[in-house]
Design a binder for this molecule. Structure first.
Ligand SMILES: [Mg+2]
Length: 179
């Protein structure tokens, strides 16, 4: 059995974009801005033997704002920095689209993941709901006022502001498991 860290993408690994009427993920490489501690965090977790997997809703592809080659370019950047595999859900009504946990379950089967040693990291209540439904440890990074009420329903196991804190929490948990 393998251990793994699942990551949401937008708002978790890279900045979101504030447009006039909504907040979205980046639509191309010029808008793509990974957080400054992403490289180190992925590298540390990789060295600890975790599979690193992205599970991300990308409705903007479905809606025609995001092109597949732009999403691929961002995905290639993450793979060059330690991400092993990724799953992008486009259709809001599919079983893969968070808060449904289809993407996570797909990877748990594919990589024989041990849920008790694995984590879901995300910025939204949808990430926490999907992670909880797959019996993962849930880590919520950042918080938006809009989501505070929803977050109360899907209280994560741990809450913080930076990926370095996520990494430290996971390393500490690892030691707990090893005792
Ligand atoms: Mg997000």
């Amino acid at each position: 059995m393998n251990k793994c860290v699942f990551f949401d993408k937008d708002g978790t690994l890279n900045s979101v974009i504030r447009r006039h009427n909504k907040i979205t993920g980046p639509w191309n490489m010029s808008e793509f801005s990974p957080f400054s501690d992403v490289k180190d965090s992925l590298s540390i977790l990789k060295n600890e033997g975790y599979y690193l997997l992205i599970v991300s809703n990308q409705p903007d592809y479905y809606d025609g704002y995001l092109r597949l080659n732009d999403l691929n370019a961002m995905d290639q950047w993450y793979r060059a920095h330690g991400i092993d595999d990724s799953f992008y859900a486009f259709d809001r009504y599919s079983k893969y689209y968070k808060p449904m946990n289809g993407m996570i379950e797909f990877f748990i089967q594919k990589y024989h993941i041990d849920r008790t040693k694995s984590f879901m990291v995300g910025d939204s209540w949808k990430d926490m709901a999907a992670g909880r439904d797959s019996s993962l440890h849930t880590i919520q990074i950042g918080i938006t006022a809009v989501e505070e009420n929803d977050m109360l329903k899907y209280k994560p196991n741990y809450q913080c502001n930076y990926l370095t804190e996520v990494t430290n929490y996971i390393l500490e948990r690892k030691e707990i498991h090893n005792v």
